[in-house]
Design a protein around this ligand. Structure first.
Ligand code: LLP
Length: 402
């Protein structure tokens, strides 16, 4: 897999900031957004970056400047979006399993809200009636995405209001004369097959007649990007074309224009990011050779949590003969990044770079084992800057009452 940065650039960053280190290419984020803008009809399609993937203010501001909206999964993400300068009209709050007071706080901000339970819909209707238009998150009962942990629209999923409860939804909506501005689904992450998006959209299309004030259909995020060298992502041009046809069908059925909204996270920020680590120890154990790095699932949990594959490059000796290595971390857990991976020979002190670390990398990190979260660096339009510093012992202890 081709890296966006040269090995020399990575090494320079390490000299300046040490390891482990997250580094992002803002230019890649801009390129990804541009591809969306050029593929879809901007008059009928809107994008809201699912900022749970990476919330650093510099990243949010960059995405704001590109013209993209932002999708938040908690009220704090919404506050962060406000701080990054997004106007309420460009902020979407897709809640799940939350207490009603967060919805009240979102109303205070004046942002778009998607409600995902009958009980919150009832409370919303009782308090705001027709005055505050909302979206309803539905569970379309579709199995989608890379694996069960990241599939969210299936029949056992906690997300959204099950489609079969449409009668209960309509009773609440009518009882309170609610203004339903949109219907929402998000069926999972890493959805390669465009048909899955359209299957979900078709379920929404069939509901249009029930909601006379509807102005948008939100199909969520989940565009797949390549994690493995031999993989390809969602075909964006095909998705754009099928979305265009779907948008026309929806607008025709509704008798007025219906916008299509998407909430990409990984698509915008996965490939832009790298985690640079250093090899602490090489340990031979029968046929297994462990390369132990100065990181762990405290910094990048995806391989252990989802069995996710992350491409690894040994930038210290990229052309050395290949051998099999099991890459492990330094925390007191079985934190295995890769098993028997064929990599150029690794020596202690070498630098290993993990690809696709932009989305849900730093954002899902922790300070477990009292290890510091890495620093983060952004390279954008020729400028390289630190966007968050490495944690310190004081940071780890600053909430403790001493
Ligand atoms: N919209 C909603 C309502 C979501 O729940 C998510 C992701 C997205 C959009 C963005 O999905 P994306 O385009 O990034 O696939 N942490 C996991 C994935 C779970 C994401 C949860 N929701 C991972 O590292 O793969």
């Amino acid at each position: 897999m081709q890296s966006l940065f040269t090995d020399a650039f990575f090494k320079d960053l390490v000299l300046q900031y040490g390891t482990p280190l997250y580094v992002y290419s803002g230019d890649k984020i801009a390129l990804q957004y541009k591809h969306l803008q050029e593929s879809f009809d901007p008059k009928t399609t809107r994008f809201f970056y699912a900022c749970k993937a990476l919330t650093n203010q510099h990243i949010l501001q960059l995405i704001r400047d590109l013209g993209c909206g932002v999708d938040c999964s908690s009220i704090n993400e919404a506050y962060m979006a406000v701080r990054a300068g997004f106007t309420p009209e460009r902020i979407l709050y897709t809640s799940n399993g939350i207490a009603f007071d967060e919805i009240e706080a979102a109303v205070e901000l004046g942002i778009h809200i998607n409600i995902d339970s009958l009980s919150n819909l009832e409370k919303m209707g009782a308090k705001y009636g027709h005055d505050y238009p909302v979206g309803i998150r539905l569970r379309p009962n579709i199995m989608a995405g890379g694996n069960l942990k990241i599939s969210t629209g299936h029949e056992q999923s906690k997300f959204g209001i099950p489609l079969e409860q449409i009668d209960e939804i309509l009773q609440i909506v009518h009882r309170h004369n609610m203004h339903i501005r949109g219907l929402h689904i998000h069926t999972g992450s890493e959805i390669k097959d465009v048909k899955v998006f359209m299957e979900g959209a078709t379920r929404l299309l069939e509901l249009i007649d029930h909601f006379p004030e509807l102005s948008c259909m939100d199909l969520g995020g989940g565009f797949k990007v390549a994690y493995r060298p031999d993989e390809s992502g969602t075909n964006i041009l095909q998705l754009a074309e099928e979305t265009r046809l779907m948008q026309e069908a929806m607008s025709k059925r509704a008798g007025r224009p219906i916008e299509i909204w998407f909430e990409p996270g990984k698509y915008l920020v996965s490939e832009c990011g790298y985690l640079i680590t250093r090899v602490n120890v090489i340990k031979e154990n029968g046929s297994t050779v462990f390369a132990g790095i100065d990181s762990g699932f405290n910094h990048l949990i995806r391989p252990m949590f989802y069995d996710a594959y992350h491409h690894i490059r040994n930038i210290s000796q990229p052309n050395a003969p290949k051998k099999k290595y099991t890459i492990t971390g330094n925390i007191c857990e079985t934190d295995q990044f890769a098993t028997d991976r064929l990599l150029p020979e690794i020596n202690e002190g070498d630098l290993l770079v993990f690809f696709n670390a932009g989305a849900y990398g730093y954002e899902m990190s922790s300070s477990y084992n009292a290890r510091f979260r890495p620093a983060q660096v952004l390279h954008y339009r020729g400028d390289t800057r630190l966007i968050s510093r490495r944690e310190t012992l004081d940071d780890l202890m600053h909430l403790q009452i001493l």
